[in-house]
Design a protein around this ligand. Structure first.
Ligand code: ADP
Ligand code: ADP
Length: 233
């Protein structure tokens, strides 16, 4: 099954009297349960790809499907609802709400979507991300790695079809980054989660199943992780 599919996606920006082509006829198919990294130089279109694929932004032309649902052509309100129900986000700066406890941060997407927590799943999820005993703390009382693990739990709590991560290890030291990447890998291998991660870090990209390399708004290359390394995981 395909989690996300882009066909001929173009995104142009008007910049004064100039037009910038941030995405230039991108075709991309991401199967369910795959961990995909997106790399490429600054300005190559990575963020635009992430924003279009997740329904935060609308392409100028082309079609985008999340699962069987075509999101291009949807009204803003429908797209926002779909995003809340089916997409999770992880940011470089964690973006946890400072005034909420870790527990309330993690369950926030359920409240926004007016959904009840599935307590068995919540219990498992907290175990997976290793935050048992920390749910009553505030974000400022946690380390960077713990905050990013809480952000991943928040992204997963509504069981989204896909999690989009924008430089999730950018603010972490090497060892903490490796721990967070291990967790991403386990969410893929154990839960079958689909993850798309924009990163500048080759070490982070090496953990993904596939790396998509962007250049000038196009996909310049698609690199599969060597199968020997995949077997060792
Ligand atoms: P990356 O994430 O790889 O750094 P972006 O997707 O942010 O690349 O940007 C791709 C291109 O689109 C760049 O040339 C950038 O300057 C341009 N761009 C991105 N957002 C806007 C915007 N809101 N207005 C005008 N140009 C933009
Ligand atoms: P909210 O619930 O705050 O209205 P949305 O439903 O619009 O947020 O967006 C869903 C997720 O996308 C939220 O986690 C929000 O932080 C994130 N988000 C919203 N706008 C942007 C943006 N321009 N760039 C990156 N992430 C965004």
């Amino acid at each position: 099954a395909t989690a996300i599919r882009l066909d001929g996606v173009c995104r142009r920006y008007r910049d004064g009297d100039r037009t910038v082509t941030a995405l230039d006829a991108v075709d991309l198919r991401i199967p369910v349960g795959r961990f995909t990294a997106v790399m490429g130089p600054s300005g190559s279109g990575k963020s635009t790809l992430l924003h279009c694929a997740s329904g935060l932004d609308t392409p100028t032309s082309g079609t985008i499907r999340i699962g069987d649902t075509e999101i291009t052509g949807m009204r803003e309100t429908a797209r926002t609802r779909l995003r809340r129900e089916r997409v999770g986000f992880v940011f470089q700066s964690y973006n946890l709400m400072p005034s909420l406890t870790i527990g309330d941060n993690i369950t926030l997407p359920l409240r926004l979507a007016d959904r009840r927590p599935d307590h068995a799943w919540l219990h498992d999820l907290i175990g997976h991300v290793g935050l048992r005993g920390l749910l009553n703390r505030r974000p400022s009382e946690l380390s960077g790695g713990q905050q990013q693990r809480a952000a991943l739990a928040r992204a997963l709590v509504a069981r989204p079809d896909v999690v989009f991560a924008d430089e999730p290890t950018g603010a972490l030291d090497l060892r903490t980054a490796a721990e967070v990447l291990d967790l991403f890998g386990r969410m893929v291998s154990e839960l079958g989660q689909t993850i798309v991660m924009v990163t500048h870090d080759p070490v982070a990209a090496a953990r993904a199943d596939v790396t998509v390399v962007m250049s000038d708004g196009r996909i310049a290359d698609t690199l599969a992780r060597p199968s020997a390394e995949r077997l060792a995981h």
